[in-house]
Design a protein around this ligand. Sequence first.
Ligand code: FES
Length: 102
Amino acid sequence: MPESIIIGKVDEIPPGKVKGFSKRGIRFLVANIDGAFYAIGSTCTHAGGPLEKGVLEGNVITCPWHGSRFDAATGKVVSGPASNPEPTYKVTMSGKDLIIEM
Ligand code: FES
């Protein structure tokens, strides 16, 4: 059964930005794409790079290590060298709180 965890406030992640988190031993990032929040794993599936430090352009985040690109909404690989997708997590809002289900 998924567990709901408050991870912060909605206004801490403005549109076009990402923020990294580590909860329950899982590293993930939350991206604000045009006002909608999405969460995917932040350990790059290529060689473990820190995706939360990558650049978000539209819905695509680029790994700072070797340039793999992932869809920050779906976790799917847009371009390699990574070939495996990132896991996704559901993000909801309650008032000004951001909540992740894991
Ligand atoms: S670790 Fe991310 S592209 Fe290589």
